[in-house]
Design a binder for this molecule. Structure first.
Ligand code: PRX
Length: 660
């Protein structure tokens, strides 16, 4: 792995305050080590005990882990449960119905509070409504919703009747939505008239209409529309229904559908190294266990906490740490509709102060942009707000650079809140490598150590362990309960992507590079080793963007690479060859704009290339391979030092330096 360099070693170490450690769910390194040792001693027993303790089973399991069909692992196979029952009814039975489940703050600042009792009722009514429409166990339902109580309700209602949901992020285009509807064969789509973010309205229902009209979506019988703004929508009679009509005459209780532990709870699409997104399929039992466990372990959740995860339910973080985890443990959580910079860049800090949030979980990209904003305007600096309610901070989605970590620690956490830098993926279902806040000494920029029972390692291309200090490939050597079960409809791709033969076919390939510290053994993630980019914590395949670009009638060929970016982590840089002559000046700027808008329509605005450069050709070897490494150097604006003797057409390098 000559590409993977060990980052500069970071020597600063921070410990949680003694008071925190004393009260922590996992208190002290010895407690952590004892759990790891228990998992080593009897791996299956370790998980079985936790699964018995943390889940209410309708029928308890007798089988723990079935590896006979590896890598299609099965956990707690003969157990039966219902995820929504575990997230809601359980708390009512324990007398916590009046506890706040969700504090929802809308884009315009209006706050709605929902208790567990009320959420239970909402979920039951919608579950009954869906059943009445003929949605049944195993059916797929696509959810294309804004951040809302209704969005969480929709996910829980699907879980309640055993329907498998597939949430599509509200920023994805009609085409991306259409592809996901077709791939899942969804029978219903749940959406809203419009979504509001940062004072702007986005017509979700219109995008659903476009997706359905584009064809291939005949499986969809109904579109259920939550009236968020009252904006105009077109209604297709017999197909489209208002959410409030669907639930209006429904009973406030609903017998859950008891499902096997392996029953698919959801499918969530994510980018891989080919053009087609992968439908990551998760099971019910193992996933729920993970959501609950990591709330307790990583977030040290207590009954009095006010938990806030700023992710969107369209991403896995919003699944595990909004729709399921906090509810599974009966926590009170904040759900936010808007964006961190509206009405100003103090919004997060203002909301923490207003709702007395105790645990705050966000992405490095948000932190970096708020650092910039605070530098520019002292009024939106976190020090201007009363953030004394906070006791724990978290980071997710991309590497957090030590400077951003320090700023977060000092200015948001006031030097007394531990920071959990949580490494995980859509495929892992929940946290994998992260500090435990009451146990692990923290080092800025390092996600530190795997959770107990997670057998993470750094290996070379053939699967051999590498010594600490040497960069390599991140793998997980044993299956764990919340792991991806398959890629929806494509088991072969699942095997090839995550359990490649070169590594023996049984160990999980994360797709990231990593290095462990010489002395501490701490992990630092060095970034993706495949053609996947991470822009503002959003995962995107270079091939996906390239396919979108070449679908434009003007484009002959395109190559996309990532470029380091101070705020977004990485940014998208596209090298394009047109079917016509290479444009320059105003024409080049015009076409670049047209192509950016095109990509926004094909995938979504998050996939828009920040830079577009035109050439007569792409730099290729004599055998016709695109020299991506060279493109990365060009994107960074650095001098080319590597050997370009195999390059067929060196003259185009000069052309490719120019940004449009
Ligand atoms: O490259 C890693 C990066 O995000 C990828 C997973 O993206 P996604 O499936 O969209 O899930 C994001 C939310 C869990 C990983 O392969 N990544 C995620 N968390 C971290 C990270 N890189 C470094 N440090 C992290 N804490």
């Amino acid at each position: 792995m000559s590409d993977i360099q060990a980052p500069k070693q970071e020597n600063r170490v921070f410990n949680a305050p003694e008071k925190f450690v004393k009260r922590a769910n996992i208190s002290g390194m010895d407690a952590y080590k004892a759990m790891c040792a228990a998992a080593e001693r009897d791996y299956e027993l370790f998980w079985a005990q936790l699964a018995h303790e943390n889940i209410l089973w309708r029928q308890r399991f007798t089988k723990i882990l079935d590896e006979t069909d590896a890598p299609f692992y099965r956990w707690f196979e003969d157990g039966q449960l219902n995820v929504s029952y575990n997230c809601l009814d359980r708390h009512l039975r324990q007398g916590n119905g009046d506890k706040k489940a969700i504090i929802f703050e809308a884009d315009d600042g209006v706050v709605t509070e929902v208790t567990y009792q009320e959420l239970h009722e909402r979920v039951c009514r919608l579950a009954n409504g869906l059943r009445q429409l003929g949605v049944k166990k195993g059916d797929r339902v696509v959810i294309y919703m804004p951040m809302s109580v209704e969005g969480v309700t929709a996910m829980q209602a699907c879980a309640r009747i055993g329907a498998t949901h597939s949430v599509v992020f509200g920023g994805f285009s009609a085409k991306a939505l259409q592809e996901r509807i077709i791939d899942t064969g969804a029978v219903a789509v749940i959406t809203a008239d419009e979504q509001v973010r940062g004072g702007k309205r986005l017509p979700l229902k219109k995008i659903v209409d476009e997706a359905l009209e584009a064809g291939g979506c005949e499986s969809v019988r109904n579109v259920i529309v939550y009236r968020r703004t009252g904006g105009n929508i077109d209604v297709t009679a017999g197909r489209d229904l208002w959410l409030h009509d669907v639930i209006s005459n429904q009973d406030s209780t609903c017998e859950p559908e008891w499902v096997d532990a392996e029953h698919p709870l959801f499918i969530l699409y994510t980018s891989g190294s080919t053009g087609k997104p992968k439908g990551v399929q998760h099971a019910s039992g193992g996933y729920l266990l993970w959501a609950a466990l990591t709330m307790k372990w990583t977030f040290d959740i207590k009954p009095t906490d006010i938990f806030w995860c700023t992710a969107d339910i369209g991403w896995v973080t919003g699944h595990t740490y909004i729709a399921y985890g906090p509810l599974a443990v009966g926590a009170t959580q904040i759900v936010f509709e808007g964006v961190p910079t509206y009405p100003n860049a103090g919004r997060f800090w203002d909301m923490i102060a207003k709702h007395k949030a105790t645990i705050f979980y966000t992405a490095p990209t948000a932190i970096r942009s708020l650092i910039k904003a605070a530098d520019a305007d002292a009024e939106v600096h976190p020090k201007k707000y009363d953030l004394s309610s906070l006791r724990l901070l978290g980071s997710v989605g991309e590497p957090i650079n030590p400077e951003a970590w320090m700023w977060y620690y000092r200015n948001v956490g006031n030097e007394h809140c531990p920071i959990v830098d949580t490494f995980w993926q859509t495929e892992t279902g929940g946290h994998m490598i992260t500090p435990l806040p009451g146990a692990t000494p923290m080092v800025p920029g390092s996600c530190t150590m795997p959770l107990p029972g997670i057998m993470a390692a750094v290996v070379d291309e053939t699967g051999n362990d590498l010594p600490n200090g040497q960069g390599g490939i991140l793998v997980v050597k044993r299956p764990w309960p919340s792991m991806i079960r398959t890629i929806w409809g494509d088991p072969e791709r699942f095997k090839k992507s995550y359990f490649p033969e070169e590594l023996g076919g049984k160990i999980y390939l994360a797709g990231d590079g990593a290095v462990r510290n010489d002395k501490t053994g701490y992990f630092t993630i060095t970034g993706r080793i495949d053609d996947v980019l991470n822009v503002s914590g959003h995962r995107m395949g270079t091939m996906e963007i390239e396919s979108a670009l070449v679908a434009n009638p003007l484009v002959a060929e395109a190559a996309v690479v990532g470029k380091p970016d101070e705020t977004t982590g990485e940014s998208i840089c596209a090298f394009v060859v047109l079917k016509r002559a290479r444009p320059s000046g105003e024409e080049a700027r015009q076409i670049a704009k047209e192509l950016r808008d095109w990509v926004a329509r094909e995938i979504g605005p998050i996939a828009k290339p920040k830079e577009i450069r035109f050439g007569d050709n792409l730099p290729k070897t004599r055998s016709g391979k695109i020299m991506r490494r060279l493109l990365r150097v060009l994107a960074k604006g650095e001098q080319i030092t590597q050997d370009i003797s195999t390059l067929e057409n060196p003259a185009i390098l000069e052309q490719m330096r120019q940004v449009q």
